[in-house]
Design a protein around this ligand. Structure first.
Ligand code: C2E
Ligand code: CA
Ligand code: CA
Length: 563
């Protein structure tokens, strides 16, 4: 026996008032933890059900074990998929912090007892009679519920059972929907603040969903996702706007994130519940990475676009191998004399069955599957090859910008490939530039934005794409030194139509200049737009007024004609 062990007799005695109260609620098992030394004492262990097992290991009246030993014993019985979170989240320090933050700590763990899976609910809260003590209660809930380990909400199985029963009883005129949610920015919060904060965000999300959508049932099938059955009256634009604009703060640090939702209207009882959940999830996933919308209702369009996405994704590698992808180039001119200044590389897919597919159609599919990086690498290599050939032939090189997706910055091998081009050939900064959209830039965290800084420090010109589309903010210009700001074509369209838009364009050009950046206007199609932009001091013009995107050989012809 460990000689250093303190006399624990005083912990063994739980005031009768405390545990009588708890036992009267029908709990199976009550303990206290003395926080400073982590020693447990027991009040009661029930003879029936799952919990009798613990009593066999620890005689509650004879021994005061360490809480950590007790958890180890529980861990042996815990189902495999919960072993890791159980090990992490039953550290006394973790529990103590959660009790301090939230007032209590509640989990449901699944254990195997005599070959049978049991759900055990654990609650830990402060002992009102002693600030050094926590009270814990455990009870076997397997008989009536299947709960999620962390949030104590229904897990998938429990939720499906509940919905099935509910729909059986539902009156015809009560309209309900399934809502599947996703925390956009969850990964960033985990990376920025640490995992326990990520957990807090899950609690926060659960609480907001309960408060705003007032669900009939709520479950947490996985990770940062919740699934809810709600009355259709709750599905208002306003509610989704509130859910879309959440803030997590810790100390003086803040992080904005949005709770996005996919909605499936329950119209028929014949659709299996799992299908309904899949459809709500599909609707959520069909919101693109950059969309400002925060919810999507499942309909035939969502379905069709999903089928296309699936199809495109499965065909990508073979299409790349059989050269179905082509690099096109759109020349960009100097506003002053209309001479060609540079070009933007734009991908095209000449599909063997469908014909030409525009990037707007397949890029979102490849962004969500992560395959976009292979295509962006392909485009980088086309620009490198083109200039390699021109260099060998003694022709002037062509400055080209390639588009990078947000995902690319999380792809180390692509980033290393790109960096190695500049490291191998220092003059590459003269002919290879990169474009990033504002929303992609805003989404980059630590690691990913290090790459942007690294490129910048090598002298690579970084272009801010689509500025003025969606929710632009001037602080983006302040936060990073972009070399060129590209005004989105949505803005350019308003020239000659909306006075206010013209003023905004003029001020954005002035501001960019003041911050040391040049400005390109995109999508210039008319003489009127061109004239306005020239007067406003815009530096470069891109658009059909001068050139459409063309294949490589035509680009070379245009340039050779010019020179
Ligand atoms: P973007 O980067 O904003 O590219 C400019 C888009 O505007 C191109 O569409 C171009 O063809 C089009 N455009 C240029 N001038 C005019 C004009 O005067 N009028 C009109 N109506 N359109 C004009 P495109 O080639 O269909 O590309 C669409 C988007 O797909 C691009 O928008 C870019 O975000 C993405 N994309 C294209 N190629 C790549 C690529 O290689 N990698 C990645 N990650 N994204 C790409
Ligand atoms: Ca672009
Ligand atoms: Ca653009």
């Amino acid at each position: 026996m460990d000689q250093t062990r303190k006399d624990t007799s005083k912990y063994k005695q739980i005031p009768a008032s405390v545990w009588n109260a708890v036992m009267n609620q029908g709990f199976d098992f009550v303990f206290r933890i003395h926080v400073p030394d982590g020693i447990m004492s027991f009040a009661h262990a029930c003879e029936s059900g799952a919990l009798v097992d613990y009593r066999r290991s620890f005689d509650p009246y004879a021994e005061a074990p360490d809480f950590s030993d007790f958890c180890k014993m529980m861990l042996d019985r815990t189902v495999d998929e919960e072993k890791d979170p159980f090990r992490d989240q039953t550290r006394l320090e973790y529990i103590r912090r959660e009790v301090a933050d939230r007032g209590d700590y509640v989990r449901t763990v699944h254990i195997i007892v005599d070959g049978e899976r049991k759900s055990v609910n654990i609650r830990i809260f402060p002992d009102p009679s002693d600030p050094e003590m926590l009270i814990g209660i455990m009870f076997d809930v397997s008989a009536f519920l299947d709960h999620d380990w962390m949030t104590d909400e229904y897990a998938r199985i429990g939720f499906v059972k509940k919905i099935r029963d509910f729909l059986k009883e539902k009156p015809e005129d009560r309209n309900v929907s399934l809502v599947y949610t996703n925390v956009k920015g969850f990964k960033a919060i985990n990376d920025l603040f640490g995992e326990q904060s990520g957990d807090m965000v899950i609690f926060h999300t659960r609480d907001r969903l309960r408060e705003i959508l007032d669900p009939i049932f709520i479950g947490r099938p996985e990770g940062d996702h919740f699934i809810l059955l709600v009355n259709d009256e709750s599905l208002t634009e306003e509610n989704f706007n509130i859910l879309g604009a959440q803030t997590y703060s810790e100390g003086d640090r803040q992080y904005d994130f949005s709770i996005r939702a996919g909605i499936y209207h329950v119209t028929s009882r014949d659709v299996p519940i799992r299908k309904m959940i899949d459809r709500a999830r599909l609707a959520e996933r069909s919101l693109s990475e950059t969309s400002v919308r925060t919810y999507m209702i499942y309909d035939d369009k969502v379905r069709a676009s999903y089928i296309n996405r699936q199809k495109y994704s499965s065909e990508m590698s073979s299409a790349l191998e059989s050269n179905e992808f082509k690099a096109y180039f759109q020349p960009i001119v100097n506003a002053a004399d209309h001479s060609v200044a540079s070009a933007e590389a734009l991908i095209r897919w000449q599909h063997k069955d469908i014909g030409m597919i525009s990037p707007g159609e397949f890029i979102p599919a490849f962004e969500s599957s992560g395959q976009i990086s292979a295509l962006d690498r392909f485009m980088i290599d086309r620009v490198t090859d083109l200039n390699g050939r021109r260099k060998a032939a003694g022709s002037p090189l062509i400055t080209c910008a390639v588009n990078l997706s947000r995902i690319d910055f999380y792809n180390n091998s692509l980033m290393d490939h790109l960096l190695s081009i500049y490291e191998k050939d220092h003059s590459a900064t003269d002919w290879l530039r990169v474009e990033v959209t504002e929303s992609a830039y805003a989404d980059l965290e630590n690691n990913a934005s290090d790459y942007l800084e690294k490129l910048k420090s090598l002298g690579v010109k970084i272009l801010l794409d689509d500025f003025g589309s969606g929710m632009s903010s001037l602080s983006t210009l302040e936060n990073f030194d972009f070399d060129i700001v590209k005004l989105d074509m949505g803005f350019i369209r308003k020239i000659g139509i909306i006075d206010k838009a013209e003023m905004i364009i003029k001020s954005t050009i002035d501001l960019s200049h003041a911050l040391g950046a040049k400005v390109t206007a995109e999508g210039v199609e008319t003489k009127e737009q061109l004239d306005f932009l020239s007067r406003a001091g815009c530096d470069y013009i891109q658009g059909y007024y001068f050139y459409k995107p063309v294949p490589e050989d035509e680009l070379e012809k245009i340039l050779d004609r010019e020179i």
